[in-house]
Design a binder for this molecule. Structure first.
Ligand SMILES: NC(=O)c1ccc[n+]([C@@H]2O[C@H](COP(=O)([O-])OP(=O)(O)OC[C@H]3O[C@@H](n4cnc5c(N)ncnc54)[C@H](OP(=O)(O)O)[C@@H]3O)[C@@H](O)[C@H]2O)c1
Length: 314
């Protein structure tokens, strides 16, 4: 373990993973959404440097997974990587992928639910779920619960849900979950899922956390219009008036800085005392989570709602 670390918005995934190296070495770790341009890749790459037993890269595009694998192996030659194809918006694909992992007969020490889409054109999946709610929440919920017995066999027993400050825009709309602007709802659901997992399985040693990674310029923002970028630019200085990213703006983190909170939630042994917490800038910040996103009754309501929606009994 490095002697000290300064937690904050500029802390990098590499720093956090080096600091908690002993919680990574020899572990089996899954990261969803590791495409090389995003936060998931930066997180996975930093984890790979510290010698996990198996690092599973889980995503919908095999060619993107292979690209991430090549890049990680370019940095860490002896990294042990497995690829898992899963479309998180499609519950049939999620069930198949989770069965595949269960068939590997290995404990899962840490599951990092990072994949997401944002502000996609209004789409209902073939199963009738709004695309963001399905990808960001339902798919991860089903994947996580199907793998839970394996996670409880692991040494770390950690589940990390990458949420967003965008959760402040919406509680769960139980009477209309497939509404159009569902990104905020989906990210509230990610927080509530961590709350539920911590409450239901904390006594078995499971740690579950959610977090906001901060602002990172990635393909996540690809569906924003020029007008939206201009407005965000005027408010926060993130974009120039022509809609291009203002790289000089202090608002942006690098993908590695964005992954730092994920890495802390996944590997800090001491953070378990704050099980179910929400992190911002790699530090516990429950005060920045809306009350509805940490409320245990709401978490239980969503849990039951999700079981009914997906025909499960978790
Ligand atoms: N970037 C930010 O400013 C920001 C702010 C707050 C929160 N976050 C959160 O941080 C996390 C990472 O975001 P990011 O900026 O790195 O996003 P990103 O670059 O768009 O990466 C998202 C990842 O999710 C994958 N994905 C999307 N739909 C999927 C599906 N149906 N099945 C499986 N994988 C799927 C993408 O795969 P493809 O490459 O195939 O599309 C990609 O690997 C997300 O949870 C996001 O909500 C980001």
């Amino acid at each position: 373990m490095a002697s000290s670390i300064a937690w904050g918005r500029r802390t990098t995934s590499e720093q956090v993973c080096a600091y908690f190296s002993s919680s990574i070495r020899g572990r089996n770790i899954i990261v969803t959404g590791p495409t090389i341009t995003g936060v998931g890749y930066a997180t996975a790459n930093a984890i790979a440097e510290q010698g996990p037993a198996v690092l599973v890269l889980a995503g919908r595009s095999l060619s993107k997974l292979e690209e991430a694998q090549r890049n990680i192996l370019g940095n860490t030659r002896d990294a042990k990587i497995r690829l898992l194809q899963v479309d998180l918006s499609d519950m049939t694909s999620v069930r198949k992928a989770a069965a595949e992992v269960n068939g590997w007969n290995m404990p899962i020490d840490v599951l990092i639910n990072n994949a997401a889409v944002m502000d996609t054109p209004y789409t209902l999946t073939s199963e009738g779920h709004e695309l963001q709610f399905a990808t960001n929440y339902l798919g991860h919920w089903l994947f996580t619960n199907t793998l839970l017995p394996r996670i409880l066999q692991g040494r770390n027993k950690r589940i990390v849900n990458v949420s967003s400050s965008g959760h402040v825009s919406s509680d769960i709309r139980y009477d209309d979950p497939n509404f159009k602007k569902a990104y905020g709802q989906s990210k509230t659901a990610c927080c509530l899922m961590a709350t539920s997992l911590a409450r239901k399985h904390g006594s078995e040693g499971l740690g579950a956390f959610s977090l906001d990674p901060g602002g990172i310029s990635t393909p996540l923002q690809q569906h924003w219009s020029l007008e939206e970028k201009q407005e965000i630019g005027r408010k926060y200085g993130a974009y120039k008036d022509d809609g291009t990213v203002d790289t000089s703006s202090d608002i942006w983190k690098t993908p590695s800085q964005g992954g730092a909170g994920t890495c802390r939630a996944a590997f800090d042994p001491d953070i378990i005392t704050q099980n179910g917490a929400y992190l911002v800038d790699a530090q516990v910040a429950n005060d920045k989570r809306k009350e509805y996103a940490g409320n245990e009754d709401n978490a239980e309501k969503l849990w039951k709602f999700t079981n009914e929606l997906l025909g499960e009994e978790f």
